[in-house]
Design a protein around this ligand. Sequence first.
Ligand code: ADE
Length: 418
Amino acid sequence: MQYSIKDVNLFSEGEAKIKWAMSNMKVLDTIRQRFSRERPLEGVKISACLHITSETAVLAWTLKEAGAKIRLCASNPLSTQDGVAASLVKDYKIEVFAVRGEDRDSYYEHIKKALEIEPDITMDDGADLVSTIHSENLSFADNILGGTEETTTGVIRLRSLAEENRLKYPIIAVNDASTKYLFDNRYGTGQSTIDGILRATNYLLSGCTFVVCGYGWCGRGISMRARGMGAKVIVCEVDALRALEATMDGFWVMQLKEACPKGDIFVTSTGNRSVIRKEHFLLMKDGAIVANSGHFDVEIDLEDLNDIAVHRKLTRENIEEFKLKDGKKINVLCQGRLVNLSAAEGHPSMVMDMSFSNQALCCEYLTKEGKNLQNKVYEVPEEIDGEIARLKLYSMGIKIDELTQQQKRYLSSWQIGT
Ligand code: ADE
């Protein structure tokens, strides 16, 4: 067995967290029971580049129980939970290449190690595996059955590769399943972003002015939860429809330059780069807190901030203070990396249950159907999405009504009127 982790002796802390996550991932549990009976992934090699959390551990174990050989690497250098990595290696005999806080070279070295098994399936959160395979022209690409992508940012990257006709194997956009983005992106990111900010700062949200950049599903969740904690929420958005929606959802909507002198906390969740930059930092209040919840660490322009800073220091874990010429201080959380996974533990297990059930069932689908698919980005099959919604409701003890025969006839007829 090969692996590269911080310290295998951290396993017991990780094992406890994995067990806790498992007890809250009931849909995946149902799938795992079937997988261990049917072994649908027998002999399938999977390289997975995901945040190394307790929820990911439950997914990896599910895939292993299905017969797959899986190698894991991190999809972000700051999100790895070293105890979980240790337990995966020691207790679950799963190969992991990830160390919390690893530098760029180590991060990419670990991606290469994950790909060394020449996978049949790649599983990405941010498209780093696909991007490495394509940019380095790796020879095994043509034999890959397919890949899955967990996040909005990754799906955007993959769609542009597909549009240029350069995608070398089919991808399923797990992010775009209804049972993924409506829950994980909205309620998962909403809660875990607030969790990360609070763990890093212990700030009182009640009464503060909280600026959210981006009103996609993640931005909606963050805004909603910040408001729920008593913050006055401002939304900044470049898309007219989304901005209108934010307005009618009851948030203040304005340009970022207008929000800067008002905000106490700023969170980016746009999927774009340099959203908060020099002109914005210069307008902020003394003590402003800036955090990112988008996949890559490019949304807050730290080069710009560094250029206008006269001094930088770590004030406490996960907070770096940048002092500007006029004495004003700006606090950046987690080096501008995903605050929910760097300062907290990412989304709760109950929501990852649905996201990772999509991943597991899409791996089974690719194993059966991958060779019949084209080199395109596909939606998650509707049956999978529907099955996960049904299983989740069932696991929550919620029953819903069924249409009567009369109602079904009514819905399928065009003649019935007033
Ligand atoms: N992405 C967001 N939250 C996560 C979690 N808890 N585990 C894995 N990936 C995540």
